[in-house]
Design a protein around this ligand. Structure first.
Ligand code: CA
Length: 238
């Protein structure tokens, strides 16, 4: 059993499509029912291979992804999804509650992470928050000075030179470039790019910015990423 693609044709184009990759039938049935009742178009994939296939072949606005799955685990799936569809919203829903697993999931590019057992109301709130963010984005191409970012192709270039960025670096650069001239605090960047509230420890932002600069600014005369001491960063051409 997998999906009923035909049934989705009747739904309006504004209906958000969610893919549930989950091998526990009880959980997937519960999610399917709950999400459908809330007006989403939801489909289920029962194992990792099927999940990856559907995620890459069809359009979804968000994927709810289990980690421990038959055939292919959630870590492998998100890696592949990120290389093909970098902007796809992915929420891990898993029984693995170690901090290390959570960090791994987020580093691999998950947008959010929820531990089983979960409250449906919380899942719903997180889904809505993720979908709100993804619909804010208007254009797929950002152009600033000699920098061009293609959000769909996951490609960034300066003076026609392709920048070799990790998915996180790409997300970070895109976020900065979407807010030119705005001073962005470390906390805001951490929340928006990593989807984590780091509270006191925003060192991860500084480390990532440093690496990003080596690729985006160091080889070029015009610098784009600037430090505002004690506050954060600003994207500006000078
Ligand atoms: Ca599982």
């Amino acid at each position: 059993m997998s999906t009923d693609l035909k049934s989705t044709n009747k739904l309006s184009v504004n209906t958000m499509r969610i893919l549930i990759v989950e091998d526990e039938n009880k959980t997937s049935a519960y999610l399917l029912k709950g999400l459908t009742e809330c007006g989403f178009s939801a489909e289920v994939a029962n194992d990792g291979e099927e999940g990856l296939f559907q995620a890459t072949q069809y359009h979804y606005d968000l994927i709810i992804l289990d980690v421990m799955l038959p055939k292919l685990d959630g870590w492998s799936i998100i890696k592949k999804i990120r290389s093909i569809k970098p902007d796809m919203r992915v929420l891990f829903l898993t029984a693995k509650d170690d901090v290390e697993d959570k960090v791994k999931g987020l580093e691999l590019g998950a947008d959010d992470y929820l531990i089983k057992p979960f409250a449906f109301s919380e899942l719903l709130a997180r889904i809505r928050s993720l979908l709100r963010r993804s619909t804010v984005q208007q254009s797929n191409i950002i152009t600033r000075a000699d920098l061009t970012i293609d959000l769909l192709k996951h490609k960034a270039t300066r003076q026609s030179t392709r920048l070799d960025l990790s998915p996180k670096e790409f997300a970070l650069l895109s976020f900065l470039a979407k807010h030119p001239g705005e001073v962005l605090s470390r906390t805001l960047i951490a929340e928006r790019v990593w989807d984590i509230n780091f509270n006191s420890d925003t060192n991860v932002v500084d480390v990532a910015i440093r690496r990003l600069r080596q690729k985006v600014d160091d080889p070029f005369e015009v610098k784009l990423i600037h430090t505002i001491r004690g506050v954060g960063y600003v994207f500006e051409e000078h």
